[in-house]
Design a protein around this ligand. Sequence first.
Ligand SMILES: Cc1cc2nc3c(=O)[nH]c(=O)nc-3n(C[C@H](O)[C@H](O)[C@H](O)COP(=O)(O)O)c2cc1C
Length: 350
Amino acid sequence: MKIGTIDIEQPIVLAPMEDVTDPSFRRLCKRFGADVVYTEFVSSEGLVRGAAKSMRKIKVFDDERPVAIQIFGNQTEAMVEAALIAEAANPDFIDINYGCPAKQVAGRGAGSGLLCTPNLMEDITAAVVKAVKLPVTAKTRIGWDDKSISILDTVKRLENCGIQALTIHGRTRAQMFKGVANWEWIARAKEIASIPIIGNGDIWNATDVPKRFIETGVDGVMVGRGAIGNPFIFREAKYLMQTGEALPPPTHREKIDVAMTHLKMSIEWKGEKYGVLEMRRHYSSYLKGLPNVSKVREFVVRENDWRLIIERLNEFADECDKHWTDGTFDQFAETLNDHSKKWQPDYAAY
Ligand SMILES: Cc1cc2nc3c(=O)[nH]c(=O)nc-3n(C[C@H](O)[C@H](O)[C@H](O)COP(=O)(O)O)c2cc1C
């Protein structure tokens, strides 16, 4: 798949996720083999105002490249200005969000709201492509609702504006995150597209990745919720695609170690208070299925002192070791690597 000078065969991509894909998580996923990563979406208006929160979100690091900055908004001028500000932060490309279903965004005509005003979507895209030197891509959904599946039209409109790749989440806006992603529409979009198509939606396990590449012919596969608390999915999917064999799943030690590394990286990025707070959304996936997890989970999502969290997690790893050696671990194995329980976003925040 080519986007500008980026040229990666069948990339496995980390999805943009608000309050999840900050630099700490992006870099962690990169270490586990994510080929391309995205910032969470950033408000064009926030960037134009120079809001500290927005400006912080566009900071990217060399060890996470290739990385895209994703922007959203519904005003052409502000989107152009925001794209120029994002470009100055030196990402590898700029992505435009035409998929966010949240009321505060879509309801105001931005994100997936632009599926209802396709001419404006074209204006914004063409203007942004023209204004920046970096490649521009977009991410969208298959349509507003099941009576208005517009993805084939969207592909043509956006590629005519000069975008270099399109990510398609196989749901409508009306579905939000419910139901299942429709990869048949993604495959049909791929058939008619002359730009690379990245397919997205419900990649929960490593085996879903080659399956989607083969079934749909997409150029890239993007993983969102399936990577939360499970950056291992990139390593597993890569290995599976390269060798045709499944890697053994991460051990309880590795899961707990990576959760601790993630916590430390989160604190490095956000400072102690927010680093600890924002890690709370990740623990239950890291610890899912481990023996007698409820007490430790309760502790780590309430505790404010990161040192005590690390201490408790270390103790928990030792407790798990005991289960491992006395043979009682197997009774937990059924749920251990099942990430299919859908992780629902907090709509208030998103
Ligand atoms: C918590 C959360 C935050 C998200 N934030 C964004 C975002 O900032 N930009 C975006 O394009 N999509 C966002 N999404 C959508 C994901 O990128 C992805 O399209 C969606 O989760 C479907 O993929 P999945 O089934 O692999 O999770 C978000 C999803 C979640 C769960």
